[in-house]
Design a protein around this ligand. Structure first.
Ligand code: ADP
Ligand code: MG
Length: 337
């Protein structure tokens, strides 16, 4: 069976089961960085062999703590950056081989929304100019058609049409993120990567933006890769969830299964860390774990092993494969699979 294939989910929303919309194979990204104090040049494995399939119409949540490679994954999928090794297929075609017109068409079909709407909008451009720009770049429509499209898209994201004349500084954080979503939407993409889209917003605004994203997904038949460090937000948004640790996917499952029956010790830790308002004993059935953060991941085994209270010898020496432990539920762990 194809990796990470979902068979438990509501099939009405999913693809025909043939090709995934996006198929990621052994994706890796290595950065060369200079440490600030020692000036030592080191390699950082931001992504270390990720395999994932994303099916049309679904929201795949990607969760994990800061630095685990979520944004790198998102940037690679939309070709804002190129992988060091690995393959990304879009509807079965090799994205990394796209050039000229095929590349341009791909750029229309996949879009990204970033965490910080303030810095991702040009402060010198009005909302109208920002929204018109993608249409102009792709040579779409007459002037009147473009104006109509801009007005329509503003309506779709819940902003009045006369906001075309406003500058970003005249908008609230939530309104700015609506503009960013409108800009991503205006080319009628199939896939949107949303990278922490509500993390910079007030809690009171977050729910509005999340609900907007959900409505847009249903109305425009969108597929999302929804990246967040916030497990509650990911649960609210996602059909399936991929948990990342140290540049790798350690667990993938339909949301309901992942949150009820987490199998990877790291996922279990993450879930225990969710504040419940009723103390921290909600997940009392989970075994207590300890961190040993001082240890570096300098071995060939599981990236989580140095922090894992349940590790055995093989965890430090052999990389665990992502294996299907029940239908649609994949875990990379020597202990849990
Ligand atoms: P996340 O989004 O999960 O917080 P990132 O994908 O941003 O994680 O980063 C993963 C790792 O790669 C981190 O250690 C980060 O410092 C490093 N990294 C990301 N982008 C770059 C870059 N452009 N140059 C060097 N290192 C990078
Ligand atoms: Mg990030």
């Amino acid at each position: 069976m194809k990796k990470n294939q979902v068979i438990l989910l509501d099939a009405g929303n999913m693809s025909d089961g043939q090709n995934p919309l996006i198929d990621i194979t052994s994706l890796a990204k290595v950065y060369r960085v200079t440490r600030s104090i020692t000036q030592e040049r080191v390699w950082i494995k931001a992504l270390d062999g990720v395999d994932l399939s994303i099916w049309k119409g679904e929201t795949l949540g990607v969760v994990g703590e800061s630095g685990c490679g979520k944004s790198t994954l998102g940037r690679l999928v939309v070709l804002l950056d190129r992988p060091t090794t690995g393959r990304i297929a879009f509807k079965g075609k090799d994205v990394l081989g796209f050039k000229g017109e095929t590349l341009k068409a791909f750029r229309r079909q996949v879009q990204i929304v970033f965490q910080d709407p303030a810095s991702s909008l040009n402060p010198r451009k009005t909302v109208g100019e920002t929204l018109r720009e993608p249409l102009l770049i792709h040579g779409l429509g007459s002037m009147e058609e473009r104006e109509e499209k801009v007005r329509q898209i503003l309506k779709n994201v819940g902003l009045p049409p006369d906001y075309t004349r406003r500058f970003p500084h005249e908008l609230s954080g939530g309104q700015r993120q609506r503009v960013c979503i409108a800009r991503a939407l205006i080319l009628a993409p199939e896939l949107i990567v949303a990278d922490e889209p509500v993390s910079n917003l007030d809690v009171s605004i977050q729910a509005q933006i999340l609900n907007l994203l959900k409505d847009l997904r249903d109305n425009f038949n969108l597929t999302y890769i929804f990246i967040s460090h916030d497990l509650k937000v990911v649960r609210f948004m996602s059909d399936r969830v991929a948990v990342m640790y140290g540049g790798r996917v350690v667990e993938v499952a339909p949301s309901a299964i992942l949150y009820e029956n987490p199998r990877h010790p790291y996922t279990q830790l993450l879930l225990m860390a969710i504040p419940t308002g009723r103390g921290c004993d909600k997940k009392a059935r989970l075994k207590k774990q300890t961190f040993s953060t001082a240890e570096e991941i300098l071995h060939d085994g599981c990236t989580f092993a140095p922090r894992c209270a349940e590790r055995k010898e093989s965890c430090m020496t052999a990389r665990p494969k992502l294996l299907e432990v029940e239908a649609g539920h994949w875990v990379a762990c020597h202990i849990s699979s």
